[in-house]
Design a protein around this ligand. Structure first.
Ligand code: PLP
Length: 391
């Protein structure tokens, strides 16, 4: 008997994450300088950890309502109204999830019928296409190009719309490119969605982490006619450095929230209460910690981008998130060959761009949510590696 045959076709059809595959090469090597993992190098701010500790001390160890603690949902509604300029009713339009990861899975399962098409821009976060496949949908990638600052164009989306198109996925600022989207292009995309009756899922997980004075983040949910056809996903992992708390939320019209909640109540029941209490503290008192981490990321961004460009690896300036995405084509190597060579010869790890979809080929993702001294040592490794290719 082959157990492989017992695994469902859907699961067999999805690849393992390219990030994970690459990091299996890293395991077992000593002293690797890693720009690989996409998470803050900061610990969760102390007052947030303390809130979690006090909650445990008070013996708050029960389930919560399926939707999440009411006072947390009320606080999320206030935060979202201020940050994104769009209002949601905490009683029936906000669902607290186990990270944006769960929100994405719920949204796909709530919306997709077998064969429905799901358009997303690429290179992108590794979960999108597999989440669609697991929900029996059909992922349809649209390339976002470096020439356009990795912003997906409305006309490129339009070319991929078919009678089966059900959902458009957006993620700005983008993992892995740091691309950000201006209001005008977003407006064109919104009009396209309204004209073609498409639902939008927008992953806003990096929306606090934008760096340029003249840029203001806009969520598509806040544009006219979009609130009623958008699922806004957000969470605490990145801006509040809370990856291990596994907490996020979705904001969507009541019918969609109810559909997502039905799946959530059978699969997850509720998000962990300790994390919910910590998240409440993050929203109520975390703004200055976020601002301070953002200032640090900006310094690191400016430094790493300048250094890549100086060493002859063209690097677009990422407007947000915490990833640099330098182009390595001039080396004559593929992304994988470059990343493997860099790791083997310099002990520096960065993720090959094709881990984020075929249109990421020719680039490397370098996470700069890393101590500046380590970034400097990693960049020295890049320099030596490039010199060895010439020599
Ligand atoms: N969305 C994007 C774009 C991400 O980069 C990540 C993590 O890297 C996630 C979602 C996962 O978020 P969470 O930790 O809230 O599940």
């Amino acid at each position: 008997m082959s157990l492989e045959d017992k695994i469902s076709k859907q699961v067999r059809s999805i690849p393992r994450s390219g990030i994970r595959d690459f990091f299996e090469l890293v395991v077992g090597r000593n002293d690797v300088i890693s720009l690989g993992v996409g998470e803050p190098d900061f610990s969760t701010p102390w007052h947030i950890r303390e809130a979690a500790i006090y909650s445990l001390e008070r013996g708050e160890t029960s389930y919560t309502s399926n939707l999440g603690l009411e006072k947390l949902r009320r606080s999320i509604a206030g935060y979202v109204a201020g940050h994104f300029e769009v209002s949601y009713d905490p009683a029936c339009e906000i669902l607290v999830t186990v990270g944006v990861s769960e929100g994405l899975d719920l949204a796909c399962r709530a919306l997709l019928n077998p064969g429905d098409e799901f358009i997303y821009h690429e290179p992108c976060y590794v979960s999108y296409a597999p989440s669609v496949t697991l929900a029996y949908g059909v992922p349809v990638p649209v390339p976002a190009r470096v020439e356009d600052g990795f912003v997906v164009k409305a006309e490129e989306i339009e070319k991929r719309i078919s009678p089966r198109t059900r959902v458009l996925m957006l993620n700005f600022p983008t993992n892995p490119t740091g691309g950000v989207m201006g209001r005008e292009e977003l407006q064109r995309i919104a009009e396209l969605c309204i004209a073609n009756d498409i639902i939008v899922i927008t992953d806003e997980i990096y929306s606090e982490l934008v760096y340029d004075e003249d840029y203001r983040h806009v969520s598509i949910a806040s544009l006219p006619g979009m609130r009623e056809r958008t699922i806004l996903l957000h969470g605490f992992s990145k801006a509040f450095a809370m990856t291990g708390f596994r907490l996020g939320y979705s904001c969507a019209p009541p019918e969609i929230t109810e559909a997502m909640m039905k799946i959530h109540q059978y699969s997850m029941l509720c998000a962990p209460i300790t994390s919910q209490v910590a998240a409440l503290e993050a929203l109520e008192n975390g703004a200055s910690a976020v601002a301070s981490m953002r200032r640090d990321y900006k310094r690191r961004r400016d430094f790493i981008v300048r250094e890549f460009n100086n060493m002859g690896l063209p690097c677009h300036v990422p407007g947000g998130a915490f990833y640099a995405f330098p182009e390595i084509r001039s080396s004559g190597m593929s992304s994988s060959e470059f990343a493997t060579g860099l790791l083997e010869s310099q002990n520096v790890a960065a993720v090959p761009g094709d881990a984020f979809g075929a249109s990421g080929e020719g680039f490397l993702r370098c996470c700069y949510a890393t101590d500046i001294e380590l970034i400097k040592r990693a960049l020295e490794g890049f320099r030596q590696f490039l010199a060895s290719l010439k020599g």
